[in-house]
Design a binder for this molecule. Structure first.
Ligand code: UT7
Length: 333
C-alpha cells in the first residue's frame, strides 16, 4: 500500500479590523454596488496590529493548528510558507514562523507562486511525506496584501485583504489524502500582474517610491480570462485522470479572486453552487490565504472520504488543481 499525505487539521487567522465597501467609497471613486456585483466582495480584513507582519499572521494560524491537533512543536519536521509578502526579501517567513513558535527541529522555506502559492506548497509538502522524508509537515499560506496595495488605485484596492491559514500533513496508508495535481505556468502573464519595483530589476529608490511602483499592478480583464481558462482546464484534467465526475465530486475549493470567476469555472465543470466553497464576501482575495481559509470555514461540513478539488490561478501566471480525499470528519478532530 503506498503512503499518501493526508491533511490532519486546518486553522485560519484573520485580523479583527474590517474594511467595508463603504469605507472604500471614502478613499476612491467606487461604490458598494460595483464592488459586490463585479467581485462578490463585501468586506475584507486588514492587519493593523503594531509591529505585525505576514509571519505573525502565519504564526497565529500555525499556533492554533498545533493546539487543535495536539501536536508539539518538536514533532514538526518541515514547515513551508506560501507568501508574496514575506516580512523581508530574505530570510524566508518559514524559518521566522518556526522561531516564533519554538519549532526547533524543522527545516523550512518559502514558496512564491502568488495566488497559486498555497496549492504548490501543499503538493511540495505532500512529496516530502510520501517519500518518507518527513512525518509531520505544516503548510501555511499568509499574505499581508494591504502592505502592497495602493489605496488610491480603485482597480486593485477593492480586491484584496489580509489573512493566513495552515494545514498539517501526515502520512496515511488509508484511501485518503492528496491524490493528484495538474499545474500550469506561463511567464508571459507577468505583464498583466506584477509589482513594478522592489526586486533586483528595479530596486527601491526615491523615484520608485514617488511613482508608487511598490504596489500590486493588475490588468484585471486579461487576468480574468486566463484565470477562468486555467482553472477550468486543470480541474478537467484532474477529474479525467481520476475518474471523477460532477456526481462524485463533493467540493470545489477555488481561489477567491472574484465571485464571477468562481461561478464561471463551476458552471464549466458542471458543479452546483452549493458544492463550491465561497468566502470572498468576508475576506476578499487574501492571495496565499484563500484556500486554507476556505477549508477552515467549511471544515465542519467535510466528511472523511469526501472528494475535493482545490484550484487556483495567480501571478506568474501560475495555476493548477489538486485532488484531495478528505481524511477526517469535520468537527470530530
Ligand atoms: O488573484 C490573482 C488573479 N487575479 C484575478 O483573478 C483577478 C481577475 N480580474 C478581475 O477579477 C476583474 O477583472 C476585476 C474585478 C479586477 C475588474 O472587473 P471587470 O469587470 O474586469 O472590470 P474592468 O476592469 O473591465 O472595468 C470596467 C469598468 C471600467 O470603467 P470603463 O473603462 O468601462 O469606464 C473601470 O474603470 O469599471 C471601472 N472600475 C471601477 N468602477 C468602480 C474599475 N474598478 C472600479 C471600482 N469601482 N473599484
Amino acid at each position: 500500500m503506498s503512503i499518501r499525505a493526508a491533511i490532519k487539521g486546518v486553522m485560519g487567522y484573520v485580523p479583527e479590523d474590517i474594511l467595508t465597501n463603504s469605507d472604500l467609497e471614502k478613499l476612491v471613486d467606487t461604490n458598494d454596488e460595483w464592488i459586490r456585483t463585479r467581485t462578490g466582495i463585501k468586506e475584507r480584513r486588514i492587519l493593523k496590529k503594531d509591529g505585525w507582519a505576514s509571519s505573525d499572521m502565519g504564526a497565529e494560524a500555525v499556533k492554533g493548528l498545533l493546539k487543535k491537533t495536539n501536536t508539539d512543536p518538536s514533532e514538526i519536521d518541515l514547515l513551508i510558507c506560501a507568501t508574496v509578502t514575506a516580512d523581508l526579501v530574505f530570510p524566508d517567513n518559514a524559518n521566522t514562523i518556526c522561531d516564533k513558535l519554538g519549532i526547533n527541529s524543522a527545516f523550512g522555506f518559502d514558496i512564491n507562486a502568488a495566488c497559486s502559492g498555497f496549492l504548490y506548497a501543499l503538493t511540495t509538502g505532500a512529496r516530502f511525506v510520501e517519500s518518507g522524508t518527513c512525518k509531520k509537515v505544516i503548510v501555511v499560506g499568509t499574505d499581508y496584501m494591504s502592505s502592497i496595495i495602493d489605496y488610491t488605485d480603485r482597480a486593485t484596492c477593492v480586491l484584496f485583504g489580509d489573512g493566513a491559514g495552515a494545514v498539517l500533513l501526515e502520512p496515511t496508508s488509508e484511501e485518503v489524502g492528496i491524490v493528484d495535481s495538474s499545474f500550469g505556468g506561463d511567464g508571459s502573464g507577468r505583464a498583466f500582474l506584477h509589482m513594478k519595483a522592489g526586486g533586483s530589476r528595479r530596486p527601491a529608490t526615491l523615484e520608485t517610491v514617488m511613482n508608487r511602483e511598490h504596489f500590486v499592478y493588475q490588468e484585471g480583464r486579461s487576468v480574468f480570462k486566463y484565470a477562468v481558462r486555467g482553472m477550468a482546464e486543470s480541474i478537467g484534467e484532474v477529474m479525467g485522470r481520476n475518474g471523477l465526475d460532477e456526481k462524485k465530486l463533493n467540493w470545489v475549493v477555488p481561489h477567491q479572486a472574484n465571485l464571477r470567476i468562481i461561478q464561471s469555472v463551476s458552471k464549466m465543470v458542471g458543479v452546483s453552487p452549493d458544492r463550491v466553497m465561497v468566502n470572498i464576501h468576508k475576506y476578499g482575495n487574501t492571495t496565499s490565504g484563500t484556500l486554507p481559509l476556505c477549508l477552515w470555514d467549511y471544515e465542519n461540513q467535510l466528511r472523511k472520504g469526501d472528494n475535493l478539488i482545490l484550484v487556483a490561478f495567480g501571478g506568474g501566471f501560475t495555476w493548477g488543481a489538486t485532488y484531495v480525499k478528505w481524511a477526517y470528519d469535520g468537527g470530530d478532530e
